[in-house]
Design a protein around this ligand. Structure first.
Ligand code: IMP
Ligand code: MG
Length: 176
């Protein structure tokens, strides 16, 4: 299988799935009687969002936004550009922004400001991963899966140069 030589496993598949179930259970409690709108950030958050959505027992809506900030390198430029906007209006919606990883925090900070201006009923952040060592700005995280070390993370949606997204586990590149 791809990746087994270059990638050191950090979080095995079963642990990810257990955590996703725990987060879904919290969302089920917190949003009881409501229809939250899950907004995934393409492309990394897709795997997490679809697993999460299947474990939420409320009628969720889903939408996606695409941003670019990284190119093919492993360093954040700090510049966030919307390459595909949402299809839905956020007005009056209970929005949960779903991210794969919060690194510097710049992407989430930018998106929160953008979304807030669209007048949602509520707005929360759900991120599978957080790299605390790299945070540059303060961002609220309402639902968090795991903290990860300051390494370049791949798998379960996360890529390096578009590779490794479809690994079922999360790991880090041995030479990065
Ligand atoms: P931030 O704006 O620095 O918080 O970066 C957020 C985005 O950068 C994430 O949504 C990822 O797409 C990407 N990213 C940050 N760190 C990593 C990593 O270790 N592996 C893969 N992608 C990453
Ligand atoms: Mg991303």
């Amino acid at each position: 299988m791809q990746g087994l030589n270059e990638v050191e496993v950090l979080i095995p598949e079963e642990e990810i799935q257990k955590k996703v179930s725990e987060i879904a259970a919290r969302i089920n409690r917190d949003y009881k009687g409501r229809n939250p709108l899950l907004v995934g950030v393409l492309r990394g958050a897709v795997f997490f969002l679809t697993d999460l959505a299947r474990r939420i027992n409320l009628p969720v809506k889903i939408d996606f936004i695409a941003v670019s900030s990284y190119g093919s390198t492993t360093e954040s430029s700090g510049i966030v550009k919307i390459t595909k906007d949402l299809e839905f209006s956020l007005e009056g919606e209970d929005v949960i922004l779903v991210e794969d990883i919060i690194d510097t925090g710049l992407t989430v900070k930018y998106l929160l400001e953008l979304f807030e201006a669209r007048k949602p009923a509520s707005l929360k952040v759900c991120s599978l991963l957080l790299k605390p060592a790299r945070l540059k700005v303060q961002v609220p995280i309402d639902y968090l899966g795991f903290e990860v070390p300051n390494r370049f993370i791949v798998g379960y949606g996360l890529d390096y140069d578009q590779k490794y997204r479809n690994l079922p586990f999360i790991g880090y590149l041995k030479d990065k």
